[in-house]
Design a protein. Structure first.
Length: 239
């Protein structure tokens, strides 16, 4: 069956605090989102790539597609949270909104943040295969810090045993029908407070969600230092 990808790129990048959202910051002359999209376009078995951006950046994204010669990208308007952006991206397949150019509903959909540019084929193959076998799959990493919870007075309530937990990372992959149904069935709390995507599939579709060892190279550009780190890796790769 076919495989498509949805790249949420509809955020405003507040923690990074640049003049524009981080996905549009240029690294070695190319916007971050274009680096990520190009990495996915190099993988022949991914059919359509949906890039979800906020309404005010639709034209920006269209001109990036033109300028950098992207061939397989469709731009979709995002929502106020990451989940709502992803959901909008999925709707493009299911609701056939593009009447002049309908996109075929894929068997599997990959979800990958536009701000994680160093994506390689091997990890994508693993999450897609696991999604076909189990319904949902996602990359995980060991925790860097121990997770603590505070009580109402701002003091430690409890802490989690670090070795038992993992950070949920990207990419993730789902059988299309499962993630689409999960988004339809979940509530506003899930959509607005960022319930883990894999957990939505588990909770609403009773599917398994396979956890796959991820890669440290797939860290998310979040703070300014991440942009510098990404730029120096891209520079090394070019030289
Ligand atoms: N995202 C999205 N739509 C939103 C919010 C986030 O598509 N309404 C995307 C971001 O563009 C990013 C990914 O989800 O590619 C991961 O989110 P995050 O790192 O939190 O990005 P921002 O929300 O832009 O950053 P910040 O939270 O610092 O404002
Ligand atoms: Mg955010």
């Amino acid at each position: 069956g076919s495989v498509a990808a949805v790249l949420p790129a509809g955020g405003s990048g507040e923690r990074l605090g640049a003049a524009r959202p981080k996905q549009f910051c240029a690294l070695q002359g190319r916007p971050l989102v274009s680096h990520t999209a190009r990495a996915l376009e190099r993988i022949s078995w991914i059919s359509d790539i949906i890039v979800v951006v906020s309404l005010e950046h639709i034209e920006t994204m269209k001109s990036i597609i033109q300028k950098y010669g992207h061939k397989r990208i469709t731009v979709v308007e995002g929502g106020v949270t990451r989940h709502r952006s992803i959901f909008n991206g999925l709707k493009i397949f299911a609701e056939n909104k593009l009447s002049n150019c309908p996109l075929q509903k894929p068997e599997v959909v990959i979800i990958h943040d536009a701000v994680r540019p160093f994506i390689e084929e091997d990890i994508l193959l693993k999450v897609v295969k696991a999604a076909k076998d189990h319904g949902a799959a996602g990359a995980i990493r060991p925790l860097v810090s121990t997770v603590v919870a505070s009580s109402a007075d701002g003091c430690l309530d409890h802490s989690l045993e670090r070795a038992r937990y993992r950070a949920s990372e990207m990419p993730q992959a789902f059988l299309f029908d499962i993630i689409y149904q999960a988004y339809h069935q979940c509530n506003d709390y899930d959509l607005d407070y960022g319930t883990e995507c894999l957990h939505l599939a588990l909770k609403y579709c009773k599917t398994k969600a396979k956890l796959i060892e991820g890669s440290p190279d797939l860290w998310k550009v979040t703070y300014k230092r991440d942009l510098y780190a990404a730029e120096s890796i891209i520079k090394d790769n070019l030289s």
